[in-house]
Design a protein around this ligand. Structure first.
Ligand code: GLV
Ligand code: MG
Length: 313
């Protein structure tokens, strides 16, 4: 939970297998807001232990700019989790912002991660509390416990939906994760998206959608991004650099929305402070305190995305 990373945008969260020095080497040049170097499902079991050192080396030596830097460790049902954390956090230095924990099923798994991180931070000479946690919800049990999971540690920065593992956990009759099912009349993940979003927001976390596996289908990807963006999500994973540009666009307010949010705020502030009114007309619509809250969300997201108010607005 480095104060640096908590407020940074995560519109585009790029997954890179930590075992591939070639792919890791390209990471700094890809304009993703957040990068996670994977030790979990994108790395073959026999490569996992060697990948830990490659990841720590890449974090220490490459220039990652102001990206949020994360490593996805293996889940607590494996033999790797604690050793992943000890080796990676112990050897990566200050540039590692957070650990991603997959297949989280209970608050206790977050507490265990938090306690282990504290010891590793002390041993490595890092500030205690420096490393944040991103938690993936991707099993039926994880979804049932998502509210307790989101409240389990001040280190939590984001909650993430993992559609591929979740589909497997629910025994959905699909072979590709994170895409629409045309036979279903609606969005088969709507309840899941909403439940995770509510739990995350109630605890002040950023909320992120997981991968879309048809990496050459830009239009389908854009459609899927718009769904979670419309619900209120902060960002989504990219499995390929081409997906990053779409994410940065879809998950940012437009300049017009950003300027309008500022104008609503100005009008509302004038009404409440100078005129003593709680609700006033703004063009064709009535605005009040709730309008101020909605406008503030656009402004903070726009600022996180680097927007500046237009001079004419
Ligand atoms: C991501 O980890 C997923 O399972 O979708
Ligand atoms: Mg998964």
């Amino acid at each position: 939970m480095s104060p640096r990373s908590r407020e940074l945008p995560r519109r585009s969260c790029l997954s890179i297998p930590g075992s591939s020095e070639k792919m890791v080497g390209k990471g700094p040049g890809i304009p993703a807001d957040m990068v996670f170097l994977d030790l979990e499902d994108a790395v073959a079991p026999k490569e996992k232990e060697a990948a830990r050192g490659k990841i720590a080396h890449a974090l220490r030596t490459l220039d990652w700019g102001d990206k949020v830097m994360c490593v996805r460790v293996n889940d607590w049902s494996t033999k790797w989790t604690a050793y992943d954390i000890i080796e990676v956090v112990g050897n990566s230095g200050l540039r590692l912002d957070e650990i991603m924990l997959p297949k989280v099923e209970s608050a206790a798994q977050i507490v265990a991660t938090d306690m282990l991180l504290r010891q590793v931070e002390i041993a490595a000479g890092l500030p205690v509390g420096h490393i944040g946690i991103e938690a993936q919800i991707e099993t039926a049990r994880g979804l049932i416990n998502v509210e307790e999971i989101c409240a389990a540690s001040p280190r939590l920065e984001t909650i993430i939906f993992g559609p591929a593992d979740f589909a497997a956990s629910m025994e959905m009759p699909v072979l590709t994760g994170g895409v629409q099912i045309p036979q279903y009349p609606g969005d088969h993940f709507h309840y899941v998206f909403s439940k995770i979003l509510m739990a995350g927001r109630a605890n002040g976390l950023q909320v992120i959608d997981g991968p879309y596996l048809y990496i050459r289908d830009g239009e389908g990807f854009r459609d899927y991004c718009n769904r979670t963006r419309t619900l209120g999500y902060d960002g989504k994973w990219a499995l390929h650099p081409d997906q990053v540009a779409i994410l940065n666009e879809v998950f940012s307010p437009t300049q017009e929305q950003f300027d309008r949010a500022h104008a609503i705020l100005d009008a509302y502030n004038f009404a409440t402070e100078d005129e003593g009114k709680g609700a006033v007309m703004f063009g064709e619509e009535m605005i009040d305190e709730a309008s101020r809250k909605m406008a503030l969300k656009f402004i903070s997201r726009g600022e996180r995305a680097g927007l500046v108010r237009s001079a004419a607005s």
